[in-house]
Ligand binder design. Structure first.
Ligand SMILES: [Zn+2]
Ligand SMILES: [Zn+2]
Length: 120
């Protein structure tokens, strides 16, 4: 399920599109993808916060996708216009964070809770 059959980086549109072995399609815009960067610098390590944890304002360069490399058969490494390229995004992460409505709904433990609650 977390095996991609095709990965397409549309640099002009700033989108990364993945088609999975089960037929599901995932599309990230570059900004969302940049925020997911799992590298030690962005995410922190050993309990220390990373750069993205400081809620920085990302520049256009920092969110411009320039290339995507395949890392073995388990991850991709996007390169960004600011030179950052050390984030290895495992396929399982990309599938887990799929922003499509079906997956987003699946991540909600109580998807109907908001509509059941009376307004405050
Ligand atoms: Zn990073
Ligand atoms: Zn999805």
């Amino acid at each position: 399920m977390t095996t991609p059959v095709s990965i397409h980086a549309d640099r002009t549109a700033g989108r990364l599109e993945i088609e999975w072995a089960d037929g599901h399609r995932t599309a990230f815009d570059a900004v969302a993808l940049r925020w997911l960067c799992p590298c030690a610098y962005c995410r922190g390590e050993a309990g220390l916060p990373g750069w993205l944890d400081t809620a920085p304002t990302l520049t256009a360069e920092q969110t411009r996708l320039v290339d995507v490399h395949l890392i073995g058969s388990y991850a991709i490494a996007p390169s960004w216009a600011d030179g950052h390229h050390t984030g290895y995004y495992p396929y399982a992460l990309l599938r887990d964070r799929c922003p499509c409505p079906a997956c987003a709904a699946g991540r909600e433990p109580f998807p109907t809770r908001a509509s059941e609650e009376a307004p405050a």
